[in-house]
Design a binder for this molecule. Sequence first.
Ligand code: 0WD
Length: 255
Amino acid sequence: TGLLAGKRGLVLGVANNRSIAWGIARSARQHGAELAFTYQGEALRKRVEPLARELDAAVVGHCDVTDPASIDAAFEATGRHFPDGIDFVVHCIAFSDKDELTGRYLDTSEANFSKSLLISCYSFTAIAQRAEKLMRNGGSLLTLTYYGAEKWMPHYNVMGVAKAALEASVRYLAADLGPQKIRVNAISAGPIKTLAASGIGDFRYILKWNEYNAPLRRTVTIDEVGETAAYLVSDMSRGMTGEILHVDAGYHVVG
Ligand code: 0WD
């Protein structure tokens, strides 16, 4: 029994126990899902393996989204681990050079623009291409975005542009994959103190600003994002695709 009983899912982007991917994995497991994780590089393997054990999850291997061969290998390993296929994939991956997450967007370099868009936006499409082959009975693809895609936010810069492109790709992928009953959605999470967030200039101020101004007068937790993610990868949300759901204590209505 459970919301996700019998569902099998791949989670990309667990870096440590503060990662949003970890909050999502924990919720999905609590609701009965069987999980597999990837890790980015040997340094993270040591972090991811003990976390995976906590959730009885498989670690299917290294996946660096800038290396297509490693994405292929991770999906092949996922297919071997789940021979009947998978039901959902959760993509919690983003990157920008932190020197460009401060100051003006105007000063973005071409090299960091390309790398940020590749890792933070295109990688979701690259993953959708591989996931399609493992989702024989339909499925759910989920990614993480931020309000900086919709409105200017201080210091978010090229990440805001990458998230806007990611949100557009959610809509295009939803249209392409709908006939196969594969749904594609995103959660727009409020700011949470994670490794990736620590690269953003004045992040503590952004957290405080949200606490003072969000309708719920607080920030959100990785568990709250996790619960909404469990809903989006479950059959409870079967009528939804191409949607961006805000889990941000309501900040988007005032910001
Ligand atoms: O406030 C926040 N923390 C918010 C985060 C608010 C709204 C959205 N998000 C998004 C992020 O933009 C990202 O898409 O949530 C997603 C997850 O981010 P996170 O949980 O905040 O950050 P973190 O725990 O650092 O996980 C991101 C991971 C990387 O970690 P590090 O910090 O080592 O870069 O993305 C992965 C990596 O594990 N990652 C990659 N994975 C494969 N290939 C790559 C890559 N090339 N680059 C980064």
